[in-house]
Design a protein around this ligand. Structure first.
Ligand code: HH2
Length: 254
C-alpha cells in the first residue's frame, strides 16, 4: 500500500502533493513502482495534527481518487463518513479508518475495511500513552472491532495495530515483536511503520546530537520494519517508498 497524502502538513511529505495534478502523478508513480493499493488521505493524523473541514478534505481527495481508480486499487484514509462515501463513489474500494468508527459506512458502501487501533486523538495521543499489556489490549480491541465489522456483512476486513498512534517506542516495538500473535487471530494484518518517529528515535543522529534521525534518513529503518512485518505474516504494509519495499517483499516471498 503506497501512501498518498494530499495535505499541507503530513509528517514526512506534507505539502508535496497538495496540488491535485502532482498528487495524481505521484499516485501513478506509486502504482508503476508496484503498489497494489494507493491510500489517498486528505487529513494528517500525525501527532498534534488539527482536524480538517469536510469540504476541504473532499476538495483534496475526490479528484485524486477519481483519476487513480482506473489505474490502481484506491483506498481512502479518512475518519469522516461523507469523505468515505464520496471517495467510494469516485472509485475507492477500501476504507482505511484510523478512528475505528466507520465500519457501518464501509458496510453500507460494500467496500473493504481497515480497522486500526489508536489510543486518544491525534491532538493528545502522544502525551502519555499507557497500557497494562499493550499487545493483548490491541489484539483484543482489533478482534472485537473486526468481528463486529464482519457481522455487518463486510467481506474484507483488515486489522492494523496503529504503530505510533498513542504508543511509546517500547509499545511500538512490543507490537512489532509479537505481530505473529495478531496474525494468528485470523484477520489479514496491515502494518504502517514507514518513516515514523520511533524509527528516528531508534536510529539517533550520525552527528551525535541528542535528537531523532530526520525523516529523510529513515528509509533503511522503514525497510527493516516492513521486512519484519512481512516475515511475521502481515499481508500488507503501508509505505511511502514503494519501489524498495516491493523489492524487499519479493525476497521475503521467495
Ligand atoms: N499511519 C498514518 C496514517 N494512516 N493508516 C493505517 N491503516 N495505518 C497507519 O499506520 C497509518 C494510517 C500516518 O502516516 P502518514 O500518512 O505518512 O502521515 P500523516 O498522518 O501525517 O498524513
Amino acid at each position: 500500500m503506497g501512501v498518498l497524502n494530499v495535505t499541507p502538513d503530513s509528517f514526512s511529505d506534507g505539502g508535496r502533493y497538495l496540488d491535485t495534478e502532482r498528487a495524481i502523478d505521484h499516485g501513478r508513480a506509486l502504482a508503476a513502482d508496484g503498489a497494489d493499493v494507493v491510500d489517498v488521505g486528505g487529513e494528517s493524523s500525525r501527532p498534534g495534527a488539527e482536524p480538517v473541514a469536510e469540504a476541504e478534505e473532499l476538495r483534496r481527495v475526490v479528484p485524486v481518487v477519481e483519476a487513480l481508480a482506473p489505474v490502481v486499487r484506491v483506498s481512502i484514509d479518512t475518519v469522516k463518513p461523507a469523505v468515505a462515501r464520496a471517495a467510494v463513489a469516485a472509485g475507492a474500494t477500501l476504507v482505511n479508518d484510523v478512528s475505528a468508527t466507520l465500519a457501518p459506512v464501509a458496510a453500507e458502501l460494500g467496500a473493504g475495511y481497515v480497522v486500526m487501533h489508536r489510543q486518544g486523538s491525534p491532538v493528545t495521543m502522544q502525551v502519555d500513552p499507557r497500557y497494562d499489556d499493550v499487545v493483548a489490549e490491541v489484539i483484543d480491541f482489533l478482534v472485537r472491532e473486526a468481528s463486529a465489522a464482519r457481522r455487518l456483512g463486510i467481506a474484507e476486513v483488515w486489522v492494523d495495530p496503529g504503530i505510533g498512534f498513542g504508543k511509546t517506542v517500547d509499545h511500538n516495538l512490543s507490537l512489532l515483536r509479537h505481530l505473529d500473535r495478531l496474525v494468528a487471530a485470523g484477520f489479514p494484518v496491515l502494518v504502517g511503520t514507514s518513516r515514523k518517529g520511533f524509527l528516528g528515535v531508534l536510529l539517533g543522529r550520525s552527528d551525535g546530537r541528542d535528537e531523532p534521525a530526520p525523516v529523510g534518513d529513515r528509509l533503511e529503518a522503514s525497510l527493516a520494519t516492513a521486512t519484519w512485518a512481512m516475515a511475521s505474516g502481515a499481508g500488507m504494509v503501508r509505505v511511502h517508498d514503494v519501489l524498495p519495499t516491493v523489492q524487499a517483499a519479493k525476497v521475503v516471498a521467495a
